[in-house]
Design a protein around this ligand. Sequence first.
Ligand code: HEC
Ligand code: HEC
Length: 310
Amino acid sequence: MSARRAIVVVATAGALALFGTSCAPGSIPSSPSSPSPPLPGSSGARAAATAARPSTHGTAAAVSPARPETRRSGYADMSAATQAMQRDDAANPAWLWVEEGRQRFAAQCARCHEVAAMAGVAARYPAWDERLQRPLTLGQRITDCHGRHVRGMGDKGDARATDDARPDARAALPPEDETRLALETFVALQSRGRPIAPPADARLAPWRERGRALFAQRMGQLDLSCAQCHEQYAGRRLAGSVIPQGHPTGYPIYRLEWQGLGSLQRRLRGCLVGVRAEPFAADGEEATALEAFLMSRAAGLPMETPAVRP
Ligand code: HEC
Ligand code: HEC
């Protein structure tokens, strides 16, 4: 074992203790890389075939087009039972939020947006917002649209009466708000099976670069970077769970450990707390930059919202 690897393994052993039961450094086995099984959803297999093609997207530079596809969804690293729960819409608990989102969308959003027009939208977020002159994640975009057009706040707000009779129809939608998660899940479901397709918008480039730098930067008391776990150690075990490659293909996800639905930001917060680093501010610039980078790194992989994760 090289000296450099030994240092990282010792640091990772510290992380093992944090993520759950502690575990000796020598017990991180390398797992044979297995081909990705087809993803759930009727168009999943088709989209997986698309994903197997090297990306031709100018912004998706994480994987060189000359190399064969080695990226895989966290779905591929899960147990058969958890995979089955994700594949079966009737068994996937996220469907409770999908139904809530469907109702909210019909009552609050449908006067301006057809459901069919939401197809493919989630696959190209974060996207540049002309009015705010910065990128918005899909969750932020929904909060913004709801704030102006349903609550009637902000410039050019349209305060017309909403068809949603529930008393909380005009309540704000902060990050991790259940209504925001429900709307985001319903909107992202309209992209299920479609390849992640970050926009070729030059204004997003500096944000992706900032996200890429954050991904490579060592953080927290354990001094580990996202890349160390999700590239160097992807596929190996950490306190019983397989370290996935960290692709944001299925958000919002239903996480068994949370017993609930959560956003990508919440997932990242878990990783940061795991290495004892300060979590990013909710809806803050760092979280948005990292999300923009992660989506470009996953360009071409099929969307699988609503995913289930351990
Ligand atoms: C009064 C009309 C109106 C209502 C109501 C409305 N929106 Fe919008 N929405 C817009 C407009 C206009 C845009 C284009 C961007 C902008 O001006 O902010 C937009 C953009 C969006 C986008 C981005 C689409 C894309 O292609 O990038 C999403 C997602 C969205 N809205 C979701 C929602 C949701 C969810 C609701 C209900 C909570 C909602 N909107 C309610 C008018 C509306
Ligand atoms: C100590 C190792 C470690 C570090 C450092 C780490 N993660 Fe993770 N990450 C994990 C593990 C383990 C999981 C899966 C946990 C589970 O499913 O039980 C995970 C899950 C994820 C997922 C979910 C993937 C999916 O399939 O839904 C994403 C995205 C992610 N991490 C991104 C990041 C980012 C970005 C950073 C840096 C800010 C980071 N991680 C830092 C270990 C790490």
